[in-house]
Design a protein around this ligand. Structure first.
Ligand code: G3I
Length: 300
């Protein structure tokens, strides 16, 4: 196949990108995005500060712009994200305790009602762990250690049709404390029947040409817990062709690795733009890393 999405679809997978609503008027951007990808994540537009700017007042304008742009072209959409320590609206940042716990539940219910039945997956909880595998301290963590499972139970009840994911960065290396912390939480959730369907490995790779230690073991170990695995925010320092090919091949080798999303279209669209970490250059030309990914998808 000659595009990333079609090549991934040959094995029942998807290949996606983050989309920014502010760039939907740029025809170079939309031409590439509409041609190459079959899954979309809103880069910022479905986060809590965007969707509930005032308590109890929801705003879906920019999220819906992305949703409509994608679905009009036959692309699917991942929701990102419902409960996170960062990008909270100001009113939420100043809450704690039981009123924050209730606000989190109300936020999940309000946003998921709007998108009910429409999305492929939700990142229900984002980035809740420290590098050593302990829980990150935040106002949400301060409401009690059970905030994550309450978020997932609330999400399942709000929309039983959508896959519910836990999403984090630096959980690619199997020997890393944070990877083990997330793994143990998901194992515990599965053993106690807390609803969770997938784990997202953000896959923001920095430096080097080889994959983080035992990356394939990480993917297969998560999958063995009975959850789908996805690479959700991929970008790679200088777009190392060997790392891009390796991470693609690693996903293709694990049946429950269901798809890969890169965190932007062109280098100039990236939050790490100075590192040129994506598959298209600033002018929209395919880079060498594009070809290495396409070949890996086609050779599976
Ligand atoms: O929209 C405002 C604009 O009105 C204002 O003039 C401008 C001035 O600073 O800021 C704009 O908002 C920025 C927004 O991106 C849109 O460009 C925010 O300041 C900026 O903080 C925000 O950064 C986003 C970042 O998340 C915030 O946490 C990045 O675009 C986005 O790529 C990044 O994505 C995260 C994932 O959600 C979670 N994993 C890590 C990943 C990278 O940090």
């Amino acid at each position: 196949a000659s595009t990333l999405g079609a090549a991934a679809a040959q094995s029942g997978r998807y290949f996606g990108t983050a989309i920014a609503a502010s760039r939907l008027g740029d025809s170079t951007y939309t031409t590439i995005a509409g041609r190459e990808f079959n899954m979309v994540t809103a880069e910022n537009e479905m986060k809590p500060d965007a969707t509930e700017p005032n308590r109890g007042q929801f705003s879906f304008n920019s999220g819906d712009q992305i949703y409509n742009w994608a679905t009009q072209r036959g692309l699917k959409v991942r929701g990102h994200t419902l409960a996170w320590h960062s990008q909270q609206p100001g009113w939420m940042q100043s809450l704690n305790g039981s009123s924050l716990r209730q606000a989190m539940i109300d936020h999940i219910n309000g946003v998921m009602a709007h998108y009910k039945g429409k999305l492929a997956a939700w990142d229900v909880v984002n980035e809740a762990f420290n590098e050593d595998g302990s829980r990150r301290s935040s106002n949400l963590q301060g409401t009690g250690n059970d905030w994550i499972e309450v978020a997932f139970r609330t999400a399942r009840a709000a929309d039983p049709s959508v896959k519910l994911c836990y999403n984090d960065y630096n959980i690619e290396n199997w020997s890393y404390g944070k990877t083990q912390g997330v793994y143990n939480m998901i194992r515990d959730f599965k053993s106690r029947g807390v609803p969770i369907d997938c784990v997202g490995l953000q896959t923001h790779f920095t430096g080097g040409s080889s994959l983080p230690g035992n990356f394939p073991t990480t993917l297969s170990s998560f999958a063995a817990l009975g959850v789908d695995v996805a690479l959700t925010e991929v970008d790679v320092t200088s777009a190392s062709t060997s790392q891009y090919a390796g991470l693609t091949q690693a996903c293709m080798n694990v049946p429950r690795c269901i798809g890969i999303t890169v965190w932007g279209v062109r280098d100039s669209d990236s939050w790490r733009s100075s590192e040129s970490p994506l598959l298209f250059d600033n002018s929209g030309n395919k880079k060498a890393a594009y070809t290495s990914v396409l070949n890996a998808l086609n050779s599976a």
